[in-house]
Ligand binder design. Structure first.
Ligand SMILES: [Zn+2]
Length: 300
């Protein structure tokens, strides 16, 4: 499932192509993938241009504005700009393809009047969602998500961790608390920080919060530099795979020696998802009165 580094890779791959491009039309081929009320705006040839692509957590935000010349010529429309948001779900991705090629499972296409390629949204498993919005953070996809994991400050991150009694594993992956991290990077970040996934965020020492914040940023940045991780289906806009899966230290490495201590990496299944960690390098929580009464049965 694409997480922050994969979505950021898509953003960087598409940014140059999309920015400044004259949009000819945008067609939703499968309406089931669309959420929210606003419909795609009516595209008159040459009316809209791509203004750039932003990202928040696992959501990509493509901006469109009216072509200035067109606006003068046909003034009084009242439409200034809109955004196309995409959440990748399990298998969604943007691909840049030639004029008449339609990859299987294409659910949306954007055509341009000054580009020979099109952008298509491909999603075999259809868990991804797209939404048209005039204000991105009032949309269904973004109105209830927390700060972006890559840009959150250390102090806000600490507030988030202190606000919940849930485990670090669960808190880091809760998009309502912090946007962008899923099962893969949660495991890699906690291993990098040397923190047990079962510890509670509110029990961390101040210095442990700072270490975790630094690990989160360094792991995410390293993954972005490698073009993200390709585990099942993630592919870049030209079909290339990411490279960070080769650098995973615990994720997917059950039974293999921990790169730090040599003991086997452990895998447990929680809520139908696999959790990978090193019980030796990520020791159970420090013993406190509060934590002793809610010890996780998986800890040792
Ligand atoms: Zn270890």
């Amino acid at each position: 499932m694409p997480e922050l580094p994969e979505v950021e890779t898509s953003r960087m791959d598409l940014q140059g192509f999309f920015t400044g491009a004259a949009v000819r039309d945008c067609r939703v081929l499968d309406p089931r993938i669309r959420v929210g009320h606003p419909s795609p705006p009516f595209f008159r040839r040459g009316q809209w241009v791509g203004t750039g692509i932003e990202r928040h957590g696992k959501t990509l935000i493509m901006g469109f504005s009216q072509n200035q010349e067109e606006e003068t010529e046909h003034s009084g429309k009242g439409e200034k700009g809109f955004f196309l948001l995409s959440r990748f779900g399990m298998s969604g991705s943007w691909r840049r393809v030639d004029a008449r090629l339609n990859p299987p499972h294409t659910h949306l296409e954007i055509r341009f009047s000054d580009r020979t390629s099109r952008l298509v949204w491909v999603d075999p498993r259809r868990f991804g969602r797209i939404e048209f919005a005039t204000v991105p953070f009032s949309s269904n996809l973004l109105s209830r998500v927390g700060p972006d994991a890559l840009s959150v400050s250390a102090s806000v991150f600490e507030e988030i961790l202190r606000s919940t009694s849930r485990s670090l594993r669960s808190a880091l992956m809760d998009q309502g608390l912090l946007a962008g991290i899923g099962n893969i990077y949660m495991a890699e970040i906690l291993f990098d920080a040397g923190l047990s996934p079962f510890r509670e965020g509110r029990d961390l020492l101040f210095r442990e919060v700072r270490v975790l914040h630094a690990s989160m940023h360094s792991v995410l940045r390293a993954a972005i530099a490698e073009g993200g991780s390709t585990i099942h289906s993630f592919a870049r806009e030209d079909g290339r795979n990411g490279g960070y899966q080769k650098l995973h230290l615990v994720y997917g490495r059950e039974g293999q020696p921990c790169p730090r201590c040599g003991l086997p990496v452990r895998k447990v299944t929680l809520e139908a998802r696999s959790l990978y960690y090193c019980p030796s390098c990520q020791p159970p929580k420090r013993s406190t009165i509060r934590s002793s009464s809610r010890r996780d049965p998986l800890e040792n």
